[in-house]
Design a protein around this ligand. Structure first.
Ligand code: UDP
Length: 336
């Protein structure tokens, strides 16, 4: 139980909710973040080592100074579209960055690693809901770089005994139920915050990316999973590694419940009591029609059960956060 949990990207959306979950359990946390996309206020006072994962000497120095017990690795680039137009950035941050962390672990004997992975590693799945044994055939550089991370974990385990759990998230959404922290990206591209901003009157309309998919209402179906439930899964993964040898494992984190884009819009309308103005536009390249994940494996092995699983609750917590902090953390930087 002793030692510090190093959280790369702990000032970001999912990272900050996980830092909060760790601290609420009395864990000692050190965030490694360059604040290029994260927010200092999202740390809620957690300790920060400010710098880039791409700076090998900086990363090495942190591992030499601190007594690190485990690494949670969130810092990454995570936009599918951008990964297609600027793949180099994704290979640099998501592959070289991960390797720098793993190498520093190897040098200092740290053996426990939890990776933020993604359902994008599956590409266009043959079956729904997606189980972990389906082939991983990513269709964009974002998914490819995260799959390479998973391969690296396998190889670093074999060669150096580093144990790991890769958590393959479906669509992270919602906010801390007490609205202390939440989602704040610049520019915002994710569906739920965009729809909420339209309901708040801060954005004129949202564009539905295609209504001619082979789904019930023609719009894409995704599996939205609450960010606090994701955070909880990280804590369970850590506890599992502390109790027993885990080797190299991977788990899906979804609700096995699909929600279409139009259903998200309706839910935001219901929760907010406001009308949401939308137009139907073209499909977004790289969007599979349906992504729904089975989390049966993590339920069976680690006992993970989403507490905020239904879309209504997810949207309610997002709405509360955006109402409380309409400008997010208020530290917006111009787009990259
Ligand atoms: N989406 C949309 N309009 C938007 C943003 C997203 O119709 O302005 C759709 C997108 O095509 C996908 C779903 O909403 O089917 C979720 O997209 P998001 O970008 O939130 O997450 P992703 O699935 O890319 O991780």
């Amino acid at each position: 139980m002793s030692g510090t949990i190093l959280v790369s990207g702990g000032a970001g959306y999912i990272g900050s909710h996980t830092v909060l979950a760790l601290r609420e359990r009395g864990r000692d946390v050190l965030v490694l973040d360059d604040l290029s996309e994260g927010h200092a206020d999202a740390l809620l006072g957690a300790r920060l080592a400010k710098g880039s994962m791409l700076d090998r000497e900086f990363v090495r120095g942190v591992f030499q100074k601190e007594r690190i017990a485990a690494v949670f690795h969130f810092a990454a680039r995570c936009y599918v579209g951008e990964s297609v137009t600027d793949p180099g950035q994704y290979y640099r941050h998501n592959v070289v960055g991960t390797m720098n962390l793993l190498d520093a672990m190897r040098e200092t004997g740290v053996k426990r690693f939890v990776l933020s992975s993604t359902c994008a590693t599956y590409g266009e799945p043959e079956r729904i809901p997606i189980t972990e044994d389906l082939p991983q055939k990513p269709i964009n550089p974002y998914g490819v770089t995260k799959l390479i991370d998973e391969w690296m974990l396998r190889d670093y385990h074999r060669a150096h005994g580093i144990e790991s759990v890769a958590l393959r998230y479906f669509n992270a959404a919602g906010a801390d139920p007490q609205a202390r922290i939440g989602e704040d990206h610049e520019p915002e591209t994710h569906l739920i915050p965009l729809v909420v901003q339209v309901a708040q009157g801060r954005r004129e309309k949202v564009t539905v990316f295609g209504d001619d998919y082979p789904t019930l209402d023609g719009t894409c179906i995704r599996d939205y999973v609450h960010v606090t439930d994701l955070a909880e899964a990280h804590v369970l993964a850590l506890e599992a590694m502390e109790k027993a040898t885990v080797g190299v494992r991977a788990y899906n984190l979804g609700n096995a419940a699909g929600t279409s884009v139009l259903e998200v819009i309706r839910t935001v309308e219901r929760v907010s009591g406001k009308r949401v103005n939308f137009v139907v536009g073209a499909r977004r390249p790289g969007d599979p029609p349906r992504l729904v994940g089975s989390s049966a494996r993590i339920l069976a092995e680690l006992g993970w059960k989403p507490r905020f699983g239904d879309i209504e609750t997810i949207v309610q917590t997002a709405w509360r956060w955006h109402e409380r902090r309409p400008d997010g953390y208020g530290d917006r930087r111009p787009a990259r």
